[in-house]
Write a protein that binds this ligand. Structure first.
Ligand code: GLN
Length: 556
């Protein structure tokens, strides 16, 4: 199919945010993949940040990192590096099992930046620059360019935020124009809304949905499909009511109930005929379902739903107020556990609790393994180091990721090397023992956006290490996002006391894997969670969960 044939499925949200539009978009993509169609996904984030890289995870959730780094040319002569993107791309990669590209994360920040810089360069000489048509033109240009990158059969375009938000308006207007330009048969609009259950009257309520559809209609947009998020499956009478009031056919009202595992959603949608409906609306042939793909996915769902036992993993960290901060890590744990016939129970622990009262560390005696999380800045760090020291003392399975690996090294330096006050210079710039320090290439860097070491890079794994045992390969590609690294000088010292360097970055030779002799304690500078997928969990996560479960058995 050539690029000009790409069809578009826009996904908007109504009533409130956090309804799982990403999971809906990804599940729709899965239905199309089941039919042998190729798909790609775009996410629009209406905030003014150029990318989410500088956002606090507690405010925004996890920042995802792709394999590719994108040179964003905002205007001739103005280039920006972008590799940090919205967490929904993690959902897309896990469902669609394809690598996403950072240029598919369009933000208002990028759109306005482009338009304003183009004005300075002189692209609009003589013109008044306005939201319509200049901002909307730039939005359409970006969406069409995304469709041309791979020329998929279908491009999913998820619009973040909620219909009615001021920042979302230019995107909805651009969508209205695109429908006019490309024709209804090439673009459909799926609206995801909440159908709350009112306990007092024991009823599912459709009024908020009616209002959010009216908002869309007032902007010249009519949804083709309405997906109702609710606690339970929508009964027929509720579907009929939505159909009547929102002006969509009955079979285009689809139920999206709470599920044990999100990976079941494609099956729930398929059962309601959503796959064929989308093909009909987009004038695509109703292809037969690919049995192999469907049964592999069903098998995955079964694994998640029928665990034989559980494995408890503590996640000491700094951003535990919302679980979305660590979504890829949690998904990697769940997938690894499911692969082993287990259910992972991640336990998020705000490490300031350990600092407040070291007695709180005893919670770690009730878990099977510790995952020391990534992060930035000084708050909660002493508590993370305390957790690592606890694991070293008790020889508990521990996997440290990025900051977690760096702080594991700090803990080892203090506890085993006896270097009092050892720290990362990120946390204590005046530490007497800078065992973790700024990467040399970072010394000249002043700007904060898009300037870390980012994206996929080759990693050389040393034979005979635990890391090699997990990956069974001497060279892998993993994804990075950091400014600091484990000091090679101190790592040499540590080697005499039982610390093993297990991996190096092939390009700059920095240390990117450490482990301890005599226990399963491993740290990695890269982020294996970003490459972990439900059917093919990350090897190092899998090994960590296996060792944690062995520990559980041992503990009895
Ligand atoms: N703050 C650390 C660094 O910049 C770790 C980053 C992370 O965990 N992603 O190196």
């Amino acid at each position: 199919m050539n690029e000009s044939n790409t069809r578009f499925i826009f996904v908007t949200g109504g009533v409130l945010s956090g309804l799982g539009k990403g999971v809906v978009a990804a599940s729709i993509g899965k239905l199309l993949q089941f039919r042998g169609y190729t798909v790609d996904a775009v996410k629009i984030d209406p905030y003014l940040n150029v990318d989410p890289g500088t956002l606090n995870p507690v405010e925004h959730g996890e920042v995802f990192v792709c394999e590719d780094v994108w040179e964003f040319e905002a205007a001739p002569g103005y280039r920006f590096r972008i590799a940090e993107i919205d967490q929904d791309f993690g959902t897309y990669e896990r469902f669609l099992e394809i690598n996403m590209h950072p240029s598919n994360n369009i933000t208002s920040g990028q759109i306005y930046l482009s338009v304003i810089l183009k004005e300075r360069v002189g692209e609009f000489l003589g013109k008044t620059i306005q939201v319509i048509p200049h901002i909307t033109d730039e939005i359409k240009r970006r969406i069409l360019r995304a469709s041309q990158r791979l020329g998929p059969d279908i491009l999913l375009v998820e619009i973040g935020g909620t219909v009615g938000d001021i920042e979302v308006m230019p995107f909805l207007e651009a969508l209205r124009q695109l429908i006019l330009e490309l024709g209804k048969e090439r673009i459909i609009l799926v609206h995801v809304t909440l159908i709350p259950f009112l306990e007092t009257v024991g009823q599912l309520k459709t009024k908020p949905t009616q209002h959010s559809v009216k908002l869309l209609q007032s902007m010249g947009l009519q949804p083709d499909i309405i997906i109702g998020r609710s606690k339970v499956e929508l009964p027929d009478d509720v579907k009929e009511k939505i159909s009547l009031f929102c002006n969509v056919p009955g079979r285009a009202v689809i139920s999206d109930p709470d599920l044990e595992t999100p990976y079941e959603l494609p099956m729930i949608f398929e059962r309601q005929g959503l796959g064929d409906l989308i093909c009909d609306l987009l004038r695509l042939p109703r292809r037969r379902l690919d049995d192999r793909r469907v049964s592999e996915w069903s098998e995955l769902v079964r694994r998640f739903k029928e665990p034989a036992d559980c494995v408890r993993i503590a996640m000491p960290g700094k951003y535990c107020m919302i679980s979305d901060s660590y979504i890829s890590i949690i998904e990697a744990l769940r997938a690894s556990a499911a692969y082993l016939g287990l259910r992972a129970e991640p336990i998020l622990i705000e490490t300031e609790e350990f600092e407040r009262d070291p007695g709180n560390l005893k919670i770690l005696d009730n878990v099977d393994g510790i995952l020391l999380t990534p992060g930035f800045g000084a708050r909660g760090v002493e508590g993370m180091i305390m957790a690592a020291e606890h694991a070293i003392r008790k020889r508990m399975p521990l996997l440290g990721i990025c900051f977690g690996a760096q702080l594991l090294f700090v803990a080892f330096s203090r506890l085993v090397l006896g270097l009092r006050g050892a720290n990362s210079t990120e946390v204590d710039p005046n530490t007497p023992h800078p065992v973790v320090d700024l990467l040399s290439e970072q010394r000249e860097v002043n700007l904060k956006g898009g300037t870390m070491k980012l994206g996929g890079r080759p990693v050389r794994i040393i034979r005979g290490t635990k890391l090699h045992e997990a990956y069974r390969s001497e060279r892998v590609i993993e994804r990075f996002r950091h400014r600091y690294h484990i000091s090679p000088r101190y790592a040499e010292l540590a080697a005499e006391k039982g610390l093993v360097i297990s991996a190096y970055d092939e390009l700059d030779e920095t240390i990117c894997g450490i482990e301890l002799e005599g226990s399963w304690i491993v740290g990695v500078q890269f982020h294996p969670e970003f490459k972990s997928r439900p059917r093919t969990p990350s090897p190092i996560f899998l090994e960590f969960v296996r060792k944690s479960y062995e520990n559980r058995k041992k503990r009895g």
